[in-house]
Write a protein of this length. Structure first.
Length: 452
C-alpha cells in the first residue's frame, strides 16, 4: 500500500465497502433508483420550467438505468463471472444514462427553444449567449454599470455576466447564427465530453498497471459523479456553464496524478479562464506542484491563461469587468444575484443580526485554515490535492451568503475522484520526487541508487 492511501481510515473503509458491494452494482442501483425518484419529483413539482422539462425526459432515462442495474445484479447472482455484470457493461450503462438523462434533454430543450418555446433555458444560458454577442461586436463580454442601469428593471439581471471572459466563447456560435445547435448548452456538453474523455484516457494510461479493474471501478464512480448524478445532469441540461469548468478541474488533477504538472496547469488554467470556481483548485494544485519542484511550470498555465483572458477586456473597459466579475458576485451590483439556496451561509446572512458579516467571517476563517494547511503541509499527491479542493469548496459553498445547491457538484466530483487518483499516481519519495514507476523497475542488480 502506498503512502498516499490510508487504509486505516474508518471513513475510507466504509466508503470502500459501500462502493464495492456486489461488484459496485448495489451502489449503481441505488444511484439510478434515487435519481429516478428525484427526476420524477422535479417533473411534477418544480416551479422552474426548464427543470420540469428535464425531469420529464430524465425520469425515463433513469428508470431504464435502474432496470439495467437490477438486471445486472440478477445476472451476477446467477453467474458471478457473467460479462453482463462486469465493468465494461457498467460503463455502457453509465454512458447510455448520461445520453438519455443529460444530453437528450439538452438537445430537446435547445430544439424547442429555437422553435420559439419559452421556458427552455435558465438565465445563465441567455447571459452567456449575450456575452458572446458582445465579445464579437465590442471586444468585451461585459456591460458597464451605466449600460446596465439604462436597461429596464426586469432586464438588468440579464445584463450582468458574472463569469470570466473565456465563458463568452460558448456564446459565439449563437452570435453567428440562431439555430438549435448554437445553444450554449450544446457547446458546454461538447467541451465537457472532451475533457472527460481526456480524463479517462489519462488515468487509464498511468504507470501503475493500465486497465487495473479496481482503479477502473473507482474511475467509473468519479465519472458518474460528473455525468449521471442528478446534480450534474440537471445542471448540464438547464444551464450547463459549471460542467466544462468541473471537467477541466478533474482533468487537471488526473494529469497531476500522471506526473504531468505543466499540462495540469494548462487544464486548470483553462477552467479558471471560464469561472472563478476553478481558481482555488489552481492554487492548491500549484502548492502540490511546488513539492515536486514544478510550481513555476504549473503556475504558468494555471495563472497565465486566466490573466491572458482578462487582459484584453481589461484594456477595453476595466470598470465593466469589475462591475460584473467582482461587485455583482459580492452583492454590490445594481441587482441581487438569484443564487439564494437555503444553505447555512445564506440562512446565517438572512436570519442573524449582522448575518452577512458573520457569514463572511466564517468564510474567511475557512480560507485562512486552508491557507495555513497549505503552507505547513502542502499536498504531496494528487489525491490529497483533490481532497483539499473538495473539502474546501464544500465548506465555501455551504458558508457563502449567495449560493446554489447545484454548486455542490464540484466537491462531490472532486472527492469521488480522489480514490482513483490515489491508485493511479506514481508513489513519491519523502522528498516529493517521483519514485521508480512500478512498470519501469529494473532488476535490483541493475538498478542504481537514485541521487539524493
Amino acid at each position: 500500500m502506498t503512502a498516499h492511501a490510508d487504509p486505516a481510515s474508518p471513513a475510507i473503509r466504509r466508503w470502500s465497502a459501500l462502493d464495492t458491494a456486489v461488484g459496485g452494482l448495489a451502489l449503481d442501483l441505488g444511484i439510478y433508483a434515487a435519481a429516478t425518484v428525484f427526476a420524477a419529483v422535479t417533473a411534477a413539482t418544480s416551479t422552474l420550467p426548464p427543470h420540469r422539462a428535464w425531469g420529464a425526459v430524465a425520469t425515463i432515462g433513469y428508470a431504464l438505468a435502474t432496470l439495467a442495474a437490477a438486471t445486472q445484479l440478477l445476472a451476477r447472482h446467477r453467474d458471478p463471472g457473467t460479462p453482463l455484470a462486469g465493468l465494461p457493461a457498467r460503463w455502457t450503462v453509465t454512458g447510455v444514462t448520461w445520453a438519455t438523462a443529460a444530453l437528450l434533454p439538452v438537445v430537446i430543450q435547445s430544439v424547442q427553444r429555437a422553435a420559439g418555446r419559452a421556458g427552455r433555458a435558465q438565465e445563465e444560458v441567455i447571459v452567456v449567449e449575450h456575452a458572446g454577442t458582445r465579445l464579437a461586436e465590442h471586444g468585451t463580454p461585459y456591460l458597464g454599470p451605466d449600460a446596465i442601469a439604462a436597461l429596464p428593471p426586469g432586464e438588468q439581471l440579464l445584463g450582468y455576466t458574472p463569469y470570466q471572459p473565456g465563458m463568452a466563447l460558448f456564446g459565439l456560435p449563437r452570435a453567428a447564427t440562431d439555430a438549435w445547435w448554437t445553444d450554449a448548452r450544446i457547446w458546454f456538453a461538447v467541451a465537457t465530453a472532451l475533457a472527460l474523455a481526456a480524463l479517462v484516457t489519462t488515468l487509464r494510461d498511468t504507470t501503475n498497471g493500465p486497465g487495473s479493474p479496481r482503479r477502473t471501478a473507482t474511475l467509473l464512480r468519479a465519472v458518474q459523479a460528473a455525468t449521471v448524478l442528478p446534480v450534474s445532469a440537471l445542471t448540464l441540461a438547464t444551464g450547463g456553464d459549471d460542467l466544462p469548468v468541473l471537467a477541466l478541474c478533474l482533468l487537471a488533477l488526473a494529469l497531476a496524478a500522471a506526473g504531468r504538472p505543466g499540462r495540469a496547469g494548462l487544464a486548470v488554467g483553462a477552467a479558471g479562464a471560464l469561472k472563478l470556481f476553478a481558481w482555488p483548485v489552481a492554487i492548491v494544485l500549484i502548492c502540490w506542484a511546488a513539492t515536486r519542484r514544478a510550481g513555476a511550470r504549473t503556475a504558468l498555465g494555471a495563472l497565465g491563461l486566466p490573466v491572458l483572458a482578462l487582459l484584453p477586456v481589461l484594456l477595453v473597459d476595466s470598470d465593466a469587468l469589475v462591475e460584473n466579475v467582482l461587485r455583482f458576485p459580492l452583492g454590490h451590483g445594481l441587482v441581487t444575484s438569484p443564487a439564494q439556496s437555503p444553505l447555512p451561509g445564506h440562512l446565517i446572512a438572512e436570519t442573524l443580526p449582522a448575518g452577512r458579516a458573520v457569514a463572511a467571517v466564517l468564510l474567511a476563517a475557512v480560507g485562512l485554515a486552508i491557507a495555513v494547511r497549505l503552507l505547513r503541509r502542502p499536498p504531496r499527491t494528487a489525491a490529497a490535492t483533490a481532497v483539499i479542493c473538495g473539502s474546501g469548496l464544500l465548506a465555501a459553498i455551504l458558508l457563502m451568503p449567495t449560493t446554489r445547491f447545484g454548486y455542490l457538484l464540484y466537491p462531490v466530483a472532486l472527492l469521488l475522484l480522489a480514490p482513483t487518483l490515489a491508485r493511479a499516481e506514481t508513489p513519491t519519495q519523502d522528498s516529493g520526487r517521483p519514485a521508480f514507476p512500478a512498470t519501469a523497475r529494473r532488476n535490483p542488480a541493475e538498478r542504481r541508487t537514485p541521487e539524493a
